[in-house]
Design a protein around this ligand. Structure first.
Ligand SMILES: Nc1ncnc2c1ncn2[C@@H]1O[C@H](COP(=O)(O)OP(=O)(O)O)[C@@H](O)[C@H]1O
Ligand SMILES: [Mg+2]
Length: 389
């Protein structure tokens, strides 16, 4: 039963039938007692609407938790500070200008691409440029429909709801998002048994911004509800040089161009990695008392981090070595994960994209295989033994 004055009775229900919506399943029923708990959580979020996104980032393989504050300080806040991804910046500029002209929120946007390329940064820039309040959460945090409904009820006109790792939203919750995105309303069932009733809860027009490292895992109906799809690509070295120089300026450190280029070339096209290198280099420069980060210091930094001349780190070499130990493959991702001691997700999101792009390994229906270039790197002779031999 719902007590008088409960937030759920404040709006007269637009639909009031016994829970007979085909979409609503028993586990999605909102018990008033559950909602009390939800309220408590929501209030915590509401007081800090951009609720600790750095902690969210920490849940991903990158950035490493101790580097989150550092990243935060380097995050661009305007489209004009965002280096590279020109097409995306143009799309967003247009979408923002048009939406502002109409006095409406922008279309829902999906950012996809490997970790560390700027998806979170762009989401924050979007909210900032739209002068909108940003509500941040992650797919796994929206465990039950009421987690989402709780967030939606606190959304004001034009707010941005950012959902990181959106591919990890449970299906039951995803279905509620559909109507919120499309019709700005959600149908919820209150109470169970003979008291059950379905109410339609209005949601203020908002922009959903989703970020995913695995666009392929999103269902077709979910994808179809986004108006803009933006895929971030790894950055060319010249742009990473500019990103490194900008970060160095923000950190008030001098960096020689040759050092910036050295770090950029080994950053796997990823600003987050470039930032991490720079932070390590800054420590070294500071301790050695050098006036600037020069080429030698950049070299020493990466040497200490175990990054080789191809930009590969220890884990990359272990993956390639694992394949070499199996005669070049094919080896399943599960086996590789067990051998190198890393999760399948991290291997697929963080390590493989670079190895694939560099042509060191290939994916086949039977598993991962070393390419001749990859084999050469780990000193394995593919031709004499042959893959899978
Ligand atoms: N285009 C860019 N220009 C400047 N810095 C960037 C750019 N893209 C990413 N960064 C920096 O890289 C780090 C990771 O970016 P982030 O937006 O968290 O990536 P993602 O969400 O895709 O994992 C942040 O510190 C951010 O400042
Ligand atoms: Mg992110």
């Amino acid at each position: 039963m719902i007590s008088a004055g409960s937030p759920w009775t404040a709006e007269p229900p637009r639909t009031s039938r016994r829970g007979e919506s085909p979409r609503l399943k028993a586990d999605c029923v909102f018990e008033p007692t559950d909602m009390d708990h939800a309220e408590v959580r929501i209030h915590t979020m509401a007081t800090d609407h951009v609720f600790n996104p750095e902690a969210l980032d920490g849940s991903q393989p990158d950035p490493r938790p101790d580097e989150a504050p550092f990243e935060h300080s380097l995050r661009p806040t305007h489209l004009g500070d965002f280096i590279g991804q020109d097409r995306i910046v143009q799309d967003l500029t247009l979408a923002i200008e048009a939406a502002k002209g109409r006095g409406e929120p922008t279309d829902h946007i999906l950012f996809s691409g490997p970790p560390g390329l700027g998806k979170t940064s762009l989401s924050r820039i979007l909210a900032n440029e739209m002068s909108a309040k940003l509500h941040s959460t992650t797919g796994p945090a929206l465990e039950r429909p009421k987690d989402l409904v709780g967030l939606l009820t606190h959304i004001e006109l034009g707010d941005v709801l950012f959902i990181d790792e959106i591919h990890r939203i449970p299906t039951t919750v995803e279905e509620y998002l559909y109507s919120a995105m499309e019709d700005y309303s959600v149908d919820i069932t209150l109470d169970t048994g003979p008291n059950a009733r379905l109410i339609t809860l209005p949601v203020k027009p908002f922009t959903l911004v989703g970020a995913t490292t695995r666009e392929g895992l999103l269902s077709a109906p979910f994808r179809a509800r986004f108006g803009l799809f933006e895929r971030l690509d790894p950055y060319p070295a010249e742009q990473l040089v500019r990103i490194i120089q900008r970060a160095a300026r923000l950190l008030r450190m001098e960096i020689e161009e040759s050092a910036a280029a050295y770090l950029a070339e080994r950053s796997r096209g990823t600003p987050r990695i470039a930032g991490r290198f720079l932070r390590r280099a800054r420590d070294l420069v500071q301790v050695s008392g050098k006036p600037a980060l020069d080429f030698a210091a950049a070299q020493e930094t990466l040497g200490r981090l175990g990054i080789d001349q191809n930009g590969l780190e220890e884990m990359d070499r272990r993956i390639l070595q694992c394949l070499a130990n199996q005669n070049g493959g094919p080896v399943s991702i599960k086996t590789i994960a067990a051998v190198v001691g890393e999760t399948e997700d991290t291997l697929q999101d963080v390590y493989e994209p670079h190895l694939l792009r560099q042509g060191y390994l290939q994916k086949t229906a039977r598993g991962r295989m070393l390419t001749p270039t990859g084999a050469k790197l780990v000193g394995f002779n593919l031709t004499s033994q042959g893959p899978g031999a």
